[in-house]
Design a protein around this ligand. Sequence first.
Ligand code: HSE
Length: 313
Amino acid sequence: MRFPIRIRVPASSANLGSGFDTLGLALSLYNFFDVLEVLPSGRYEVEVIGEGSGELETDIKNQIVQSYEKACGTWGINPLGLRIRSSNAIPLARGLGSSSTAIVGGVMIANLVRDVPLSKEELLPMMVDIEGHPDNVVPCCLGGMVVSCLENSDLRYVKLPRLPSDMVAVVAVPDFKVSTEEARNALPREVPLEDAVFNISRAALLSASWATGKFDNLPWGMSDRIHQPFRSRLFPGGEALLDQVSRIPECSGVAISGSGPSIIAFASGSGSTVAKYMCSVFSKHGLRSRFFVLDEDYQGATLEALSRSTTRR
Ligand code: HSE
């Protein structure tokens, strides 16, 4: 393995409304994991800069390291100790796939220790196995909007064509955290048949429309009855946002991003009207928020060499 190296991993927005645990979109907001030097086996030093600084683990308990060790263990490779710098722009526990970046990054680092490295596609089953569901890690690794289907450990996926360049994804991120566990626990165990049909038809419409460029179908395709009605109550303003943002003329579809509480909306043009509106609704419900106007990331996780001068402590 040649160090130092940098892995750039994008944020992702899972579900997109109707496609619960199935659809996910990579976004142009990134965490950077720099692997700076090899340390004695079993020793890990992780410096966290930006999002998660002072919060994320900095030793063997860090999720990048855990994923790295899990992959090495599965492949029967002795893991090298590492010094890693994690420079994070993706907010934690907001439904933007921050933990998926750590999993994708950790497995990609482990791949560098292999005698014969695997392709990103070949690494996906390991990443999905660690995460438990595919809709964040697959777009995070491959980029783009991806339809994923998991049966036990068997994974099928299709990466869809690009979002048109005149459309942006506006993401409003409130100053409020919801854990994926809490958001999953809020869901009923059973779904009425008519709600299942509602979601199947919308998820199919969304995927087919994205694949064929019929983006005017997004508002329909992103509607959902199986998770958002329950999750939008977990944070102030959730129900109001889903209801009101969809009525702004510039908005082409709105959903809770992943398990929330961020909200993602598609818009044509600059997205500023939608962004300001979303933050004003959070504000009316007593929450500070910030927004990102993002493009689709179509590259997924990337690996590049770094110059030696970047390794200083
Ligand atoms: N599909 C997952 C969920 C994404 O909605 O619970 C969150 O990681």
